[in-house]
Design a protein. Structure first.
Length: 308
């Protein structure tokens, strides 16, 4: 052991003063380099694997953060687009409101009614806001429907496409008057009982005629999309409503008063029915006593039902 130490010291002394072992050192270093590479390989592999998993973890975390940010940005973009659409719709409604000859209030759609066989919506305006039964409802492009039930803070609107809705209309091109009927779930209108040679063609625009005393004249209603003529039958005329039932959230309620009283019962039909009953009773030999007509009882107005 001591001998090796002395030899090492001698070699160090000779190398530092005489520079005679440089070539030997280079040869030995070159010969041992592959061994050094093999010896350091496990360490390099460990470093590489550690860096790989660290980088992979960082990339996953960054990816998750980017996904969350993308979701937030997409939601903000959708909200912004929705606000822009509502803002544009409100501006259109305000412009339409200024053009109307009658007073109106703005209402927002709360929900569609659950009945699949009717076409009705609920608005957030009721009798407390001056809404009355029978008042028309429009958007910025056309007629939507009519108020059919009123509650204190909400109201029910039956759309013009409902199967029980009837609307007097007029063709803009030639002034021809007709009546538009709702077709229910198809969201379309039709003009019934028109002769096959009627002067109506596809593309004609229909507006309210104003003769019903409910809808102001000149409001856009629908556009004729299909005309089918048959020689021995009435023409089949289908129309597409102008109003956007499924696109608009804010609507205008026209605060118009019904100028006409409800239609009285047909006296001729009542007289004929009474005559038929008298003849039937006479044929049976019954004695029929005619009574003087009683005075009609005063009808009491009931408060509107609360929404369920």
């Amino acid at each position: 052991m001591v001998c090796f130490a002395l030899i090492a010291l001698v070699l160090l002394f000779i190398d530092s003063h005489m520079r005679t072992l440089g070539v030997v050192r280079q040869v030995v270093s070159t010969a041992l380099y592959p061994l050094q590479v093999v010896a350091m390989a496990p360490r390099d592999v460990l470093y590489y694997v550690g860096d790989y998993f660290t980088t992979l973890t960082d990339i996953k975390a960054e990816n998750e953060a980017l996904k969350r940010q993308q979701t937030i940005d997409a939601h903000a973009l959708q909200q912004g687009q929705l606000l822009l659409m509502e803002n544009a719709q409100l501006r259109n409604l305000l412009e339409a409101r200024e053009r109307l000859p009658v007073k109106s209030i703005m209402g927002e759609i709360l929900y569609d009614t659950r009945d699949p066989f009717t076409r009705k919506i609920m608005l957030d305006r009721g009798s407390q806001s001056g809404v009355e039964r029978g008042q028309p409802v429009i958007d910025h492009v056309g007629v939507v429907g009519q108020v059919t039930r009123v509650f204190p803070f909400s109201s029910e609107v039956t759309l013009v496409t409902d199967k029980d809705q009837v609307l007097p209309v007029q063709v803009v091109r030639n002034g021809l008057r007709s009546v538009a009927y709702g077709r229910g779930q198809s969201n379309l209108l039709e003009l019934r009982f028109q002769p096959s040679n009627v002067d109506i063609q596809e593309g004609d625009v229909l507006v309210t005629s104003g003769i019903d005393g409910i809808y102001p004249a000149g409001l856009a209603v629908a556009t004729v999309t299909e005309v089918e003529r048959k020689s021995d039958m009435f023409a089949r005329i289908v129309c597409k409503p102008t109003a956007g039932f499924d696109r608009n959230r804010q609507l205008l309620i026209l605060l118009v008063e019904n100028k006409y009283e409800p239609r009285p019962p047909d006296e001729n039909k009542q007289a004929g029915r009474k005559k038929g009953l008298l003849q039937h009773a006479t044929s049976r030999g019954d004695v029929v006593e005619e009574k003087a007509p009683e005075a009609p009882a005063a009808q009491e107005e009931t408060a509107p039902e609360a929404p369920q």
